[in-house]
Design a binder for this molecule. Structure first.
Ligand SMILES: C[S@@+](CC[C@H](N)C(=O)[O-])C[C@H]1O[C@@H](n2cnc3c(N)ncnc32)[C@H](O)[C@@H]1O
Length: 254
């Protein structure tokens, strides 16, 4: 998979996701998927789970995009190594550039591919699953997904459901898969039902409410996706929610 536009030069952008931390720099191409507030929410959930382990953990970052999560976690001392997976080659290139920029070449590997398929035999204490999980019409019309970046299909479940069914076999004993559901922007009930089918444990570890402008609300009102009923309206504006879950005790370990 690749993007159908001429490549733009990557820019070095400063990210500051947490008030008590120093900012860190990442290369991004603005015509690719840009790290955003949901990226930071994922990282918050992952940090909460990593802190439960007494020794450094092995991490898989599925759907790494331009590499924000693998770069951020790769810089931490409580992480041994990160294997990142991404199907869009142009995004893999930027992710690798970020790894090199932060001198993480011996700790973080970026694999071109889908789901957990490129992972070759390691087990992970943490699998961060930040794959496309927003309904297609919302993802494209909100401008969150540029051309060439695969979306989560009509209801945002097409990538996360097969990942939930297959990822358990890549977890180490006592490991966690970290997922985020977007309430109001995907069929979150279907995703949580699949999570409960494939994992014995599900715990809310982080959550955040995100604002929607009057302009966004007026665009969303023209769409007919049933899950949009879960958006909270506040006058002409609205909000949707992101909930991060740590899934444990996979039932599908073969
Ligand atoms: C919501 S974006 C997150 C990207 C990045 N983690 C970030 O926060 O900027 C979802 C990513 O999942 C990737 N993706 C889509 N289908 C996938 C699949 N089958 N396996 C792995 N990644 C996939 C997309 O290409 C996209 O880069």
């Amino acid at each position: 998979m690749d993007v159908p536009v001429s490549p733009q030069e990557p820019e070095l952008v400063e990210h500051r996701w947490f008030k008590n931390e120093e900012p860190f720099e990442l290369y991004v191409r603005r015509d690719l998927f840009l790290p955003n507030r949901v990226t930071a929410l994922y990282v918050q959930g992952a940090k909460e789970v990593i802190a439960r382990f007494p020794t450094p953990v092995r991490v898989a970052d599925i759907g790494t995009g331009q590499g924000p999560i693998c770069t951020y976690l790769g810089r931490r001392e409580d992480v041994t190594f990160v294997d990142a997976v991404e199907p869009v080659e142009a995004q893999c290139e930027i992710a690798r550039r970020n790894i090199a920029y932060h001198h993480l070449g011996d700790k973080v590997r970026v694999h071109h591919g889908m789901f957990c398929e490129p992972l070759n035999g390691d087990a992970y204490e943490i699998i961060v699953a930040d794959v496309s999980g927003i309904g297609h019409q919302v993802a494209v019309n909100m401008g969150w997904y540029p051309p060439g970046i695969p979306t989560g299909g009509p209801d945002g479940t097409e990538v996360i459901l097969p990942l939930l069914a297959s990822a358990g076999g890549y977890l180490a004993d006592g490991g966690y898969m970290v997922i985020t559901v977007g309430i109001g922007v995907s069929d979150h009930e279907k995703i949580l039902a699949a999570a409960d089918e494939h994992f014995g444990g599900r715990e809310l570890v982080a959550e955040q409410t995100f604002p929607l402008s009057a302009e966004a609300m007026s665009m969303l009102q023209k769409l007919d996706d049933p899950f949009l009923q879960h958006i909270t309206r506040r006058g002409t504006r609205g909000t949707y929610r992101g909930e991060v879950y740590a899934l444990s005790n996979p039932r599908n370990r073969d």
